[in-house]
Design a protein around this ligand. Structure first.
Ligand code: AKG
Length: 304
């Protein structure tokens, strides 16, 4: 097999470099069937993310939260590699592959209120590359340092192109204080190659605290001085769609109020991972689906 061309080199040089994005942002413009307005598509194109306030009702969020409690008390899941703990307190930080461990969260992944919008933006069939629940309990929930997801997915999973969108569903209110997702508008237009070689099984460390595959301070400062920072605050049930290359992160939660969010990463079926571009071995399937995949069957869903 010939190696795929690396359009976004990273973790190879001793100096960070900026590369212009080669891939489209929204692969399909607005048309009569679009489940997004022309303004929403323009906003996603310009900022690299889009907020959808109150996409799910309070009753639906209550159903999701009951399911989170069920997963959190499942001893088998808690003992698996998919359960990630905070490095210091040992508190549960993330649960991966929730679309596989939960029938309910598999249905949510296919919910037309999110998946149809992403299908339009990526123009074609989708599958879930990764899913996770990020719990940020009051007082104990720690930060996620600034990064572009695509940098890691390209280097460690072998995702070849930027044709991937994440969706975060807010399961608690995300206030300015309890560690909401922070995004840098416009950062999705440049790929910042990072410095440093990927160690073996890097995911075991990076999922708890990411230190490699993060942009250098000067690049971050430039990006932020250009685009600023937007906090994706909103009521539980709101949704954030963000491009795979938008720089994002979040602060620790030192308030008493928990911040829990669900994440789904949708990839276009033509963009399946190949060999990793910056690591010796790919990450395991619970963190990066490698296929073969069946396209998601998007449908209207009701939860009770
Ligand atoms: C990620 O999952 O890549 C994140 O950056 C999550 C950030 C958060 O949960 O605040």
């Amino acid at each position: 097999m010939t190696a795929a061309v690396d359009l976004y080199p990273t973790r190879r040089q001793d100096q960070p470099r900026w590369h212009e994005r080669i891939d489209p942002i929204s692969y399909r413009r607005h048309d009569r069937e679009a489940p997004l307005t022309a303004q929403q598509i323009d906003q996603f194109e310009r900022d690299g993310f889009l907020l959808l306030p109150n996409a799910f009702s309070a009753e639906e969020v209550a159903v999701f939260r009951r399911e989170v409690e069920r997963l959190r008390s499942d001893k088998g899941i808690l003992a698996s590699d998919a359960a990630i703990r905070e490095p210091d307190s040992g508190a549960l930080r993330s649960l991966f592959a929730i679309h596989q461990s939960s029938e309910l969260f598999a249905r949510v992944a296919a919910d037309e209120r999110i998946a149809a919008k992403i299908q339009h933006l990526l123009d074609g069939d989708l599958y879930v590359h990764q899913s996770r629940l990020n719990l940020k309990p009051g007082f104990k929930g720690k930060e996620f340092y600034w990064h572009s997801d695509f940098e890691t997915w390209h280097a460690e999973d072998g995702l070849p192109r930027m044709r991937t969108i994440s969706c975060s569903i807010l399961l608690t209110d995300n206030s300015p204080c309890n560690g909401p997702l922070l995004l840098v508008p416009g950062s999705h237009r440049y790929f910042i190659s990072c410095v440093g070689e990927t160690p073996d099984e890097h995911y075991r460390r990076s999922l708890r605290k990411q230190e490699l595959g993060v942009p250098d301070d000067a690049s971050l400062a430039d990006m932020v001085s250009e685009g600023g920072i937007t906090a994706a605050t909103g009521q539980a049930g709101s949704v954030v769609l963000f491009d795979c290359n938008t720089l994002h992160g979040s602060n620790s939660n030192i308030t008493p109020d928990p911040r829990s969010n669900l994440f789904y990463v949708y990839n276009h079926v033509d963009n399946l991972p190949v060999e990793p571009f910056g690591a010796d071995t790919p990450r395991p399937a619970f963190v990066a689906e490698r296929g073969p995949v069946t396209p998601l069957r998007i449908a209207s869903q009701r939860y009770q």
